[in-house]
Write a protein that binds this ligand. Sequence first.
Ligand code: AHR
Length: 630
Amino acid sequence: VFVIKTNEVKAKVSPSMWGLFFEDINLGADGGLYAELVLNRSFELDLPMMGWKEQKDEAAAGHYLMLNRGTTNQANRRYISLTSTKGRYGLSNVGFRGMGIKKGMQYNFSLLARQPKGGSASLVIEMIGEKGAVIGSGSIKPEGEEWKKYKLSFTAAATVEKARLDVLLKDAGTLDLDMISLFPQDTWKNRENGLRSDMVKLLADMNPGFLRFPGGCIVEGRTLDERFQWKKTIGPIENRQMLINRWNTEFKHRPTPDYFQSFGLGFYEYFQLCEDIGAAPLPILNAGMACQFNTAEVVPLELLGPYIQDALDLIEFANGPANSEWGKKRAEMGHPEPFNMTMIGIGNENWGVQYLERLALFTKAIKEKYPEIRIVNSSGTDPVGERFDLLDKHLRSAKADIIDEHYYQNPKWFLENAARYDNYDRKGPKIFAGEYAAQSVKTASPENKNNWLCAMAEAAFMTGLERNADVVEMASYAPLFAHAEGWQWTPDLIWVDNLRSYGTANYHVQKLFSTNRGTDVVPVLAGDKAVSGQQELYASATIDRETNELILKVVNSSPKKQHGTFELEGLSKINGKGTLTVLSSDDLDLVNSFERPDAIAPVISQVAIRNKTIDLPMNPYSVNVMRVRL
Ligand code: AHR
């Protein structure tokens, strides 16, 4: 028999408690969330023809010339000049692992083009299915010698997982082309340059409290030159200079030489996404240090100024008035109102004295100008061992606002560490569990699975985060997305291919917690102890003051059915009704998949409180969330 003390509020749950970690890893942005279907649309990858090949009708002939105007335009250096000497000649684009096209959907094509003096060439645009059939087409006749944008739309005649796009001169002639682009009409909120709607929907459904972006290691880059620089990711998309992705060819079993960041999903779009899904924005900026697993390159302290200025300018970009220097850029992009950012992260997985020295300079400058902004500090890569302890000690004595801890550990670790925060200093910095995921085998290996054991262990651990909501203010699973044919890391919360997407068992756990957050933590006790591992049960409870409901979360990590009796203390009402949502599987190795996306999915039933008591029969290996009106 357990007791829930409904009138003893232990902690307030932060509205941003359960959130999202986004990084462009596993084709998370380009080839994933960012709905652009053309790979290398402006020929800026290191090999300019990556993603493209020549295409022509049988009797046709022609040639192309790649032109580089890098001395006058660094952001968009290259364009292509196509010449047909006879018949239909041009290019085809293979997309990111092919282009996923849906029957009946409108597709919007655009490009920049110009004619040579006196030229009158025209283009035919064709979407080609896997067996060579034309499944959508149109034509464009560029006018004049100036670069202009041209658009056309067509409706796809078939669903194809790996279509290609042909851009051909209709007949003999020459044209200069750049920024060749194709988007589906059904981007999130039908935005031009938008995001894949099925993927955003999965995020919105989670009701996330925050979105951390843009990573992850890509914040740091392999070298400082390859670090993420937010200022290069805003403004007209043709002016956003492409950058090699930190995850390009990282893992031998899945080489991704074509993995670059187009920044079509740039900082403006990240803030917009946060607003769309109701998540507080949490940008993470480079601390003047490249990834310490790679070059460990740092900027000399006396040259850190521009890095710090980037942080100050970002705050102005997000929150400043529309007539401030950076607020104006936000307004020009379509958002005169501020984005109301309250937090900023300095550094990802950085450690050592180099980090502390640089962080101190960032902190001083940010706090002087924007004392209201809270700063997330990195605690390195692993929250155990000497390196962590030392850094943690320094960050605490420097009175850090929030410390970001990451754990990629096995399921046993998650079960054994559910009480990790029970003894943390209540008056010290808040904790952001910024990246975590149970690893079934070995991180990033093909065998590493999003299986039920991992998801259940994470749920048990999360009851510990929730019980300690006075210390733990935010938490996010990582990484978020993975493309089935272009991943570098496993496990991941959501898997996609060109046409489909599904939430893993871990996704359902995250969603269950974030859509059942509550506002006030109340104790669930076995005797005088929190329920954290006794009889292989883990529990936490919150009250939602807005809806006046009690939310009880109980994880049964044992292989047997268990029956929990929870007596409610401090209630005047005796009976009540509610719902029980259960995730469970007898098979700890079970996973969701494209073929069986709902192998592990919530099962909802009606329940009641009788005589101030909740009787909760629990399946073996189950996560149970009960919501009852008080
Ligand atoms: O989530 C994948 C990677 O794990 C992140 O980029 C990094 O921060 C961590 O090491």
